[in-house]
Design a protein around this ligand. Structure first.
Ligand code: CUA
Length: 433
């Protein structure tokens, strides 16, 4: 850990500030500790009863105004100095840094998810350029977590239903651990992430590469997730089996379960087995797999299933993805893939919290039968809910509010990628009345 007491540059200016404050308090406390204990020992020795001395009466001292004033005033000044110094550092840490990049961080059992302004998101990896302040907007999806960067000496709770903020000053390139510092359940100790501070040039290059449209297909993303989530520690692809069934050729196969029944390993079975592994255990294997509910988003689970499907000889997803990447016009399968993805995204982004898919009215207009319909606007006039309208209403909901509904939808501009936006619209198109 980068440390102000060790040689070398500190990781962040907050490291220096907090360490200096800590050192100040420690040294002052140490000074008074030694003073008081030293005097105690000195007087105990000096005024001890000496061998052979005549017993003498202890003088009857009732008070000493000067002495008492001194030991009230000096400690008061000391604690006031602690407070003032601490307040100065606290104020500096909490003061908004101009030009800071906003990054949302969500705590979940048991991972950290980061969402960048340009719509990218990452799990357990916060990548920022050196020399530019970052504003973290923290919240939690479930229980209270705590975002702790030991090298920066910073910690802030992540509270469900509430945003808290934390400013980072990444001064020095490097990789620093991020820990959860609030006991949040069985996997609390594994809830950790990395803060990767890159030199500005390297960061710009990385970002460009990351944003290139040649990005990963769903199945490739699933592969990476399966590796990252530790699936491959227990499931081999082929050949000799590890703890669980092999992944190769599992999709679409009939499997015998521990309770004697059998089931086809389709998407739904795989989804259930990832989120609730104990529900249908394959015969002959121990029921030891942990649930990934909460640690994998619906989107992630979809990607992993796409990966598993691709292992069994190029499933539907794989085909659709390939054609999409090769720039061929999306066929039916490709479209179905986009719709499925759009549905998942609508759930992930919380659209369905306010818009029903079955015609019932919640906070916003129902998605059912929305596409192609004429809507009356709050500003007077009408609009057809075509692709352009939906696109605008997701990006900038305030532009054209439907009559009779509150103007409360958040802007998704910059939070949703072009590809995701198209997928959501593809999904909305399928919700006919
Ligand atoms: Cu999250 Cu401990």
């Amino acid at each position: 850990m980068a440390n102000a007491y060790a040689l070398g540059e500190a990781a962040s200016r907050t490291t220096v500030q907090v360490d200096a404050l800590f050192l100040f308090i420690t040294l002052v406390s140490l000074f008074f500790f030694l003073l008081v204990e030293g005097l105690l020992i000195y007087f105990a020795i000096k005024y001890r009863r000496k061998k052979g001395a005549e017993p003498a009466a202890t003088p009857d001292i009732r008070g000493n105004l000067l002495l008492e004033s001194i030991w009230i005033v000096i400690p008061s000044l000391v604690v006031a100095a602690f407070f003032y110094y601490g307040y100065r550092v606290f104020r500096d840490i909490r003061t908004p840094s101009p030009g800071a990049t906003d990054i949302h961080a969500v705590g979940r059992q048991w991972l950290f998810e980061f969402r960048y302004p340009d719509g990218r998101s990452s799990i357990n990896e916060l990548r920022v350029p050196a020399g530019r302040p970052v504003k973290l907007i923290l919240t939690s999806d479930d229980v209270i977590h705590s975002f702790f960067v030991p090298d920066y000496r910073l910690k802030q709770d992540m509270v469900p239903g509430r945003y808290t903020t934390l400013y980072l000053h990444p001064d020095k390139a490097g990789t620093y651990p991020i820990l959860c510092a609030e006991y949040c359940g069985v996997s609390h100790s594994t809830m950790r992430a990395e803060l990767i501070v890159m030199e500005p040039d390297a960061y710009a290059a990385w970002r460009e590469k990351k944003e290139a449209p040649a990005g990963l297909s769903l199945a490739e993303r699933g592969k990476a997730l399966a590796e990252k989530s530790g699936c491959l520690g227990c499931h081999a692809l082929e050949g000799k089996e590890k703890f669980g069934p092999n992944f190769g050729k599992v999709f679409g196969r009939k499997v015998l379960l521990a309770d004697g029944t059998s089931v086809t390993a389709d998407e739904e079975y795989l989804r259930e087995s990832i989120l609730d592994p104990k529900a249908k255990v394959v015969k002959g294997y121990p029921a030891t797999m942990p649930t990934f509910k909460g640690s994998l988003s619906p989107e992630d689970v979809g990607a992993i299933i796409a990966y598993l499907t691709s292992l069994s000889g190029g499933g539907r997803e794989e085909k659709g993805e390939k054609e999409k990447r090769e720039g061929a016009p999306a066929n039916k399968d490709g479209e179905a893939e986009a719709v499925r993805k759009g549905k998942t995204l609508a759930e992930t982004y919380g659209c369905l919290g306010c818009h029903s898919a079955d015609g019932s009215v919640r906070v916003g207009p129902s998605f059912q039968g929305l596409f192609g319909r004429q809507v009356e606007l709050e500003s007077g006039g009408k609009a057809t809910a075509d692709e352009a309208y939906l696109r605008e209403s997701i990006n900038q909901p305030r532009a054209k509010v439907v009559k009779g509904f509150p103007n409360v939808m958040p802007e998704f501009k910059g939070k949703i990628s072009e590809e995701d936006l198209s997928a959501v619209i593809a999904y909305l198109k399928t919700l006919k009345r």
